[in-house]
Structures are given as structure tokens and as C-alpha cells.
Design a binder for this molecule. Structure first.
Ligand code: MN3
Ligand code: MN3
Length: 324
């Protein structure tokens, strides 16, 4: 939408005349699942936290520090970039909601830190996130695509971040939840996962609309770019996973989980999976963690309360009506 030309009337947004019903359904879904970190009783997790080893506490600091960095990027730069190529006024309204929730996500980690960590520990975590090479690679590379990539590349980068790059971090709280530890911290992560699931699906859907308008040659070129970029991120994710999870011996389980989620990112973009890993390969403790509770974390799933990889196929309108 460009309303800046002075000769043209300024257009009032009309929610009774939808160009794309997906915008309205997404708005309703996102506003219905609105939440705030301040409503979760995080201090109830302190008893569990005190039993954790130094290595476990260190791992959680890095995990949440890394997630803070990525959600900061989403709240500050991603939505501004996506705004440049909105197709409808309603899409811009949905992006406003997403942008605010990204700030809620980024702030949630600070609520977790202030509950579990000392001031010195918090300072160290932020120092790590702001200087560590592997975590910085994710943020800088994604932001570079936002700054210098095409509209379609920017959308793809956003989906890669939302549906893939967060999950090496999400693994830890979900795994501990599956073992009945820190349930309130994990509840926040589950709420974030639920949001990211809608964000990735929605931006992926908008990507697919534009992608389908390209000619075959351009499609092939962009598809190759997406797979190459995703694989480049996967290699960095492996490094990140080793650095963060080697000390507590969870690296291999996390690597399976990130490959599974890399496939989900590709699915959101309308592409076939790259890795052989499916939901069945992911540690069931994590799948339990992610599916506990009343929320549906995956809008592709036809079976309701779960987080399974759906059939890989192009999006259709009825995929969205199933949300209702
Ligand atoms: Mn977020
Ligand atoms: Mn998001």
C-alpha cells in the first residue's frame, strides 16, 4: 500500500470488504491467542531451577539470550521490511499485531532472567548474545537479507527464522517440561511457539502468492536460493547446537529437532522437505512438551491438538478455515 501520493485519496481500511480472507482469519487467530508474560507465575519454577547443575543453568542462559536476540530482530527490523511489500491494508494490520507480539516475546525472556538469574548473570548472558559468533551469524545474515534482498527473499528469510532458527533454543525448555521441570518458563515458550507457528504460516502463505506469479525460471532460481540459504543456516545451527548442548549431552536430540523444523519452514514456503527427519524421529519427550495443554500449535495439522508435520502440499483456503 502506498498512500503517500498527494493526488490520491487516503483510503480508510474496510474490514467488511476483504481482498484476502486469510488476513481476517489470521487477525482473529492472533488476537484470540493474545497473551502477556506478566500473567505467568514464573517464580513457581525457582525450586526446580535450584536443582539444576551449573552446566544446565549456563545452557539455559545461552538459549534464552539467543532467543532474545532473534525476537529483537523480528520486532525491530523484520516487520518493517515485510511492510514494504504488503498486498492489502489488512495485511498491514496483521503485521502490526505480529510486531507487537515480537516485542512481547523479546520481553518475556527478560522476565525469565529476572526471576532465575542474578544481575551479574544477566549481564553476562547479554554480553554473550551480543558478541558470540554463531548466534550473531543468525541475526546478521537474516538482517542482511532484510536489508539487501528482494521482497520474496525477505519473506523467505522471515519464515526461515520463525519456523526453523528459533527451535534450537525452544528445544531446552520443551525437553525439561517433558521431564516435569520448569513448567511456567516452558509455558511462555509454548505461547511463543503458538505465535511463531501462525507467523510462519501466514508469511509463508504471502510468499507463495507472489512466488506463484513468477515464471518457471525465476521460480527455480528462487527455490535454489531458499534451499542454499536454509542449508547454510543449518550448518550454523549445528555449530550453535554443539556449543550450547554438548556440555549436557543433548546435541544429537537437538539436531534431529532442528532438521524436523527446517522441513517445516520449507513446508510453509510451499517446498518439499530437505531432511529425512519426521515427527517420529524427534524425542517424544519434546513432542509431549510441545503438545501438552489445550493449544493447537500447528495449523497445518488436521488432527487438532498436536504439532505434527502435515502433508506437504500447496496452501489452500480451506487450510485456514480449519482454524475456526
Ligand atoms: Mn517471536
Ligand atoms: Mn514471529
Amino acid at each position: 500500500m502506498n498512500q503517500k501520493q498527494s493526488q490520491q485519496p487516503y483510503i480508510a481500511i474496510n474490514w467488511n470488504q476483504m481482498e484476502d480472507m486469510i488476513d481476517k482469519l489470521t487477525w482473529e487467530k492472533l488476537t484470540e491467542q493474545f497473551w502477556l508474560d506478566t500473567r505467568i507465575p514464573l517464580s513457581n519454577d525457582l525450586d526446580d531451577w535450584r536443582t539444576f547443575s551449573k552446566e544446565e543453568k549456563d545452557m539455559f542462559g545461552k538459549v534464552f539470550g539467543g532467543l532474545t536476540l532473534l525476537d529483537t530482530l523480528q520486532s525491530e527490523d523484520a516487520i518493517e521490511r515485510l511492510r514494504q511489500s504488503v498486498r492489502t491494508q489488512h495485511e498491514e494490520a496483521v503485521l502490526n499485531n505480529i510486531q507487537f507480539m515480537e516485542s512481547v516475546h523479546a520481553k518475556s525472556y527478560s522476565s525469565i532472567f529476572s526471576t532465575l538469574n542474578t544481575k551479574t548473570e544477566i549481564d553476562d548472558i547479554f554480553k554473550w548474545a551480543n558478541s558470540n559468533e554463531v548466534i550473531q551469524f543468525k541475526a546478521l545474515r537474516i538482517n542482511d537479507i532484510y536489508k539487501n534482498g528482494t521482497d520474496l527473499e525477505a519473506k523467505a528469510a522471515s519464515v526461515i527464522l520463525e519456523s526453523f532458527l528459533f527451535y534450537s533454543g525452544f528445544f531446552a525448555p520443551l525437553y525439561y517440561l517433558g521431564n516435569n521441570k520448569i513448567p511456567n518458563v516452558a509455558e511462555i515458550i509454548k505461547l511463543i511457539v503458538r505465535d511463531e507457528s501462525v507467523h510462519g504460516t501466514y508469511i509463508g502463505y504471502k510468499f507463495q502468492i507472489e512466488f506463484n506469479q513468477l515464471d518457471e525460471k525465476e521460480q527455480e532460481k528462487l527455490k535454489n536460493w531458499v534451499f542454499q540459504t536454509l542449508y547454510e543456516f543449518y550448518q550454523n545451527e549445528v555449530k550453535f547446537t554443539q556449543e550450547v548442548y554438548d556440555p549436557i549431552g543433548l546435541t544429537e536430540k537437538v539436531k534431529t529437532f532442528i532438521r524436523y523444523n527446517a522441513n517445516k519452514a520449507l513446508q510453509n514456503l510451499g517446498f518439499d522437505p530437505l531432511f529425512p527427519d519426521t515427527a517420529d524421529d524427534v524425542d517424544p519427550i519434546v513432542m509431549n512438551g510441545i503438545s501438552t495443554g489445550s493449544s493447537n500449535h500447528d495449523f497445518f495439522s488436521q488432527v487438532g491438538n498436536s504439532y505434527l508435520l502435515g502433508q506437504v502440499e500447496a496452501m489452500a483456503d480451506d487450510d485456514y478455515t480449519n482454524w475456526l
